[in-house]
Design a protein around this ligand. Sequence first.
Ligand code: BGC
Length: 468
Amino acid sequence: MTSKCKSKVCNPPEASSGLQVTPEIVAGCQELILTDEQIQTYMTTFLDNIQRGLKKETHPTAIVKCFPTYVQDLPDGTESGKFLALDLGGSNFRVLLIELDGGNCQMQSKIFVISQDLMVGPGTSLFDFIAQCLAEFSIEHGVAAETLPLGFTFSFPVMQKGLTVGILERWTKGFSCDGVVGNDVAQMLKDAIARRGDVNIDVCAVLNDTTGTLMSCAWKNRNTRIGLIVGTGTNGCYVEKQSEAELFDEPDMGSGNVIINLEWGAFGDDGALDFCRVKYDVDIDKRTINPGKQLHEKMISGMYMGELVRLAAERFTKEGYMFEGKGSEKLFTPDSFETKFVSEIESDPPGTYVNIKKICDGLDLINATEQDFVNLRFLCECISKRAAHLVSAGLIVLMRKIGEKKVAVGIDGTVYKYHPHFHNLMVEKIKQLIEPDYEFELILSEDGSGRGAALVAAVAARVKSKPT
Ligand code: BGC
């Protein structure tokens, strides 16, 4: 192993004003810094979880599900045609019209907000809303009379029974609509469209956002083998040999590969991550609508990152080390510290406090001192670094499993995209831990959920029409 930093204590940054993070806070945050030994344990356990997910015998009880996506071929740049895509995976829902033309891609899209009521209401209401948005969009863009191929990016744990059949295993990210778990989401979409009767569609593919991201990146970069999302939720997918994917009983169509949707958010749901979870992780989990589930995701993704920082700030305030030991009502209110604050605070150049001051003012911490700013920034850094290191460890396992010495990773999601250091933290950690003969690139793959959906549909059409 190439690791150099064996010591657990990583020196906290010194602000240019000369202010140091309060020693008690540094000490209290050591539990958030993953040691090399912990990362090794994580990697061994994660690989074991992947093997269990892939094997027929162990799959039923596996925690990391490793669902075959039925996507076997990567794009070759010749894909063309006009496609519709739907993208459901968070509180925003998007409809897209995409035109691919040999290396060019034109996209038009519209965002619709999914209300809290819809997120936890009856499944049929959610699908009726989706169908309504699709109809509105198709009319606005003059394609309502055409029957366009549609890719449905549905970013939740789905067991695929084919490219166009996806059974929802469970909801994540704050959704819990009745009557969807155990059902085919493509069929529910078709039923909702049929109830309206004013648009025609041809559902060509159901896919996960990680698959879309991988495909979208592979369209331009032929070394792409991994797709990663670090956004509201987190997950990864990778190109696996068909022979390893025991659940995938299809005839070998040529590539001998299949993309595996890991659903790595669930890693740790059997206690496997308890060795590195801390009290904030336990507290957050208890308050969610899916306690005990998606424990890995809850340590990493944007839906939880801000709240993890807030819980740490609350603790150190109550212990008397921050905000005069008083804090504010807002600081002690769950979810008041948004994940975007973490990115904003870490975007302040060291020794400057423009964003952090605004954020503290907004939280009624008007008497916050420079020392408080230095401490709060440190908490943000500890939480975001831990997330970046966990994700990096996961990627190393995948790179070794794939075994190719040159790999590109397509990545999307708000945390990766907007956090000023997430990318660099990942590059640094992966370089430190992976064997030196691996060359890797982490590539921002924007709009995988849209363009990727069109590419999956286009590649499927190309392969189907290939003479046998
Ligand atoms: C879902 C995954 C998805 C990820 C990122 C998770 O909560 O289970 O299917 O890929 O979020 O959107």
